[in-house]
Write a protein that binds this ligand. Structure first.
Ligand code: GLU
Length: 301
């Protein structure tokens, strides 16, 4: 499949999930993307990734918007919310389904864990992937009649990508990271990823891919923890015939002990920094300093 390219305008985005307060690492990520777009006369989008209905809270979304404004960031209005775009993900799923690349999976976590441990002696059935154990393919083998009957019975099911068929269809794919150069995608290491969860009719991988293309994002900047997942997104772009952006995976901030900042690090939240008298203009420099310290700590290990 051909690699399409985007136009000249630099379009970046920050795509937080409203599951907690933003911390210094998020501020760095948002400022990084916003500054790039701002200095290039491009566009910056804020997208709220709120598909995880169990964990997302409106009060965190409000706090995200308020904290980003406090830091001095502005964005193209309106703010997109993934919860309002489910029909778009449904259309993408229908396209993949029509290509014969999607199958329903009725497995519970328990079923998967049991199969993975049962096949422990046969690693080709369930090896470890970048995101944990690779799905051992239990439901891939079900015939059409069984699938239909179980769905008609109302059995909860996710939708998975048939990875072998998908990679065969897409062929060899590459993508470009601005710091780490040309990458050859190996999405097969993830196995049959979930495209729609049992409780939500999409997944992070599908929603992020559809939305980055729909917003014309030309440079995806995000934490290096998502580096491997980019292989899946590149595959979905090829299958859905979407434009291909560039990526810039950025370092993750750590606390003084070299442990990655999470939403649970109350002391590093923008709220806490603001309450302790930090000025918004100091946030960028503070994040850069912390990254430099993180690098020293990591090198020293
Ligand atoms: N929504 C994801 C998060 O909050 C970020 C996804 C992305 O930037 O691709 O971790």
């Amino acid at each position: 499949m051909n690699q399409k390219t985007l136009g000249d305008t630099l379009v970046t985005r920050f795509a937080p999930s409203p599951t907690g307060l933003l911390h210094l690492g998020h501020a760095y990520s948002a400022l990084f993307a916003w500054r790039l777009a701002d200095s290039a006369g491009g566009k910056f989008h804020l997208r709220i990734e709120d598909i995880d209905i169990g964990r997302c809270r409106p009060e965190f979304e409000e706090a995200i918007i308020e904290d980003l404004r406090w830091v001095g960031i502005d964005w193209v209005e309106p703010v997109w919310r993934q919860s309002q775009r489910m029909h778009r993900y449904g259309l993408a799923l229908a396209k993949l389904d029509a290509m014969g690349l999607v199958y329903p999976c009725f497995c519970t976590r328990k079923d998967i864990a049991a199969e993975v441990s049962r096949s422990g002696t046969a690693p080709h059935l369930a090896g470890p992937g970048p995101d944990g154990p690779v799905y051992p393919g239990i439901c891939r083998a079900l015939d059409t009649e069984t699938r239909r009957a179980r769905i008609a019975d109302g059995e909860p099911h996710a939708l998975r990508l048939d990875m072998a068929a998908a990679t065969a269809c897409a062929g060899t794919l590459t993508w470009h990271d601005r710091t780490q150069g040309e990458q050859t995608a190996t999405p097969e290491t993830f196995g049959d990823v979930v495209l729609a969860r049992k409780d939500v009719a999409t997944s992070y991988h599908l929603a992020v891919t559809v939305d980055d293309a729909a917003q014309g994002v030309s440079l995806i900047t995000r934490g290096v923890d998502l580096f491997a997942a980019t292989d899946i997104h590149r595959l979905l772009q090829a299958l859905l015939d979407l434009d291909v952006p560039e990526w810039h995976h950025i370092p993750l901030l750590t606390n003084g002990d070299g442990v990655r900042l999470t939403k649970r690090n109350q002391a590093s939240t923008l709220r806490a920094l603001r309450e302790s008298g930090t000025e918004p203009s100091e946030i960028w420099a503070k994040a850069i300093r912390q990254i430099a310290q993180s690098a020293v700590l990591c090198d020293g290990k």
